[in-house]
Design a protein around this ligand. Structure first.
Ligand SMILES: [Zn+2]
Length: 284
């Protein structure tokens, strides 16, 4: 079976987007953090299976808990960037976005001592409204992106986006590895992260993952540390948002363990290196 990708967006329980109840960045330091405990537990689970994954660290989290970045790097995981301040791409100007992602990359490289080449946007919030996105990322020193969500979703999404890894930007300066979408009864859906990964039964997730692999694409799994922590504090959001954010948290750890057991998994960097025609020859 070809390798798939496992990724973690390393952020805390209050890093939810686009709801009036979400705390602002100046409130974050006073909130009871859970990311240390939850991410450390994930690292233990990965080590038990001897799996290396890609960790998209939020810059703010890295700054407050630098030992988590060092620990991930020491265990052979890929250190990548989730930006600094967890802001939706389409709510920033090009310059604000560039400064945010550059700051995060430099910070993560400083802490880890390794080159950081990958980025994932908060909420997969790159849309047709931010045509400068890929070029700004390349300018900020990134080599690949995993922010395109080629289906409908709350924070944007690109319903007609390509599903396979491909080059983008001016002069094909960046490699895009989209979030994995597959059709079920004619509907493009992502079963491999977020609410649907928690909601759907494991047998369906496994079946859909095999369908993606049969189409010749790697599956991109993604989770957040808060998702294996059913006891984390809840935000007073609408009923619909609470369901989406908190459904089935108590079964996620066992689901993650089953994914790690059933699929050969590795980092973005490793999978990208198996696509020689996609590796950017302009970048040493
Ligand atoms: Zn996030």
């Amino acid at each position: 079976m070809q390798n798939s990708i496992f990724s973690v967006d390393v952020e805390d329980w209050f890093h939810i987007l686009d709801d009036p109840s979400v705390p602002t960045i100046d409130q974050w330091p006073s909130l009871p953090s859970r990311v240390e405990r939850n991410f450390s537990k994930l690292l233990e689970i990965f080590s038990e299976r001897n799996v290396q994954v890609t960790c998209f660290f939020l810059g703010w989290v890295a700054e407050h808990f630098p030992h988590l970045v060092k620990e991930a790097a020491e265990r052979g995981h890929e250190v990548a960037s989730h930006g600094y301040g967890h802001r939706l791409v389409y709510e920033q100007s090009r310059e604000e976005f560039y400064q945010d992602v550059r700051r995060a990359r430099l910070l993560l490289e400083d802490i880890s001592g390794v080159e950081v080449v990958g980025y994932r946007a908060p909420g997969f919030s790159t849309t047709g409204d931010t045509p400068w996105f890929f070029e700004a990322l390349a300018e900020a020193g990134y080599q690949y992106d995993s922010s395109v969500f080629p289906a409908q979703r709350g924070h944007g999404g690109m319903p007609h986006g390509r599903r396979d890894p491909h080059r983008v930007g001016e002069g094909d300066s960046l490699l895009e590895v989209p979030i994995t979408v597959v059709d079920l009864l004619g509907w493009p859906m992502c079963f491999f992260g977020g609410g649907y990964l928690r909601l759907f039964p494991y047998w369906l997730i496994r079946r859909m993952a095999h369908q993606v692999l049969a189409e010749g694409r790697p599956v991109v799994f993604y989770i957040h540390p808060r998702e294996i922590d059913p006891a984390h504090p809840r935000l007073p959001m609408s009923r619909k948002r609470r369901f989406k954010s908190y459904v089935n948290l108590e079964i996620m750890e066992s689901k993650v363990r089953r994914i790690l057991r059933d699929f050969p998994l590795t980092t973005f960097k490793n999978v990208i290196s198996t696509y020689p025609h996609l590796v950017n020859t302009h970048v040493a």
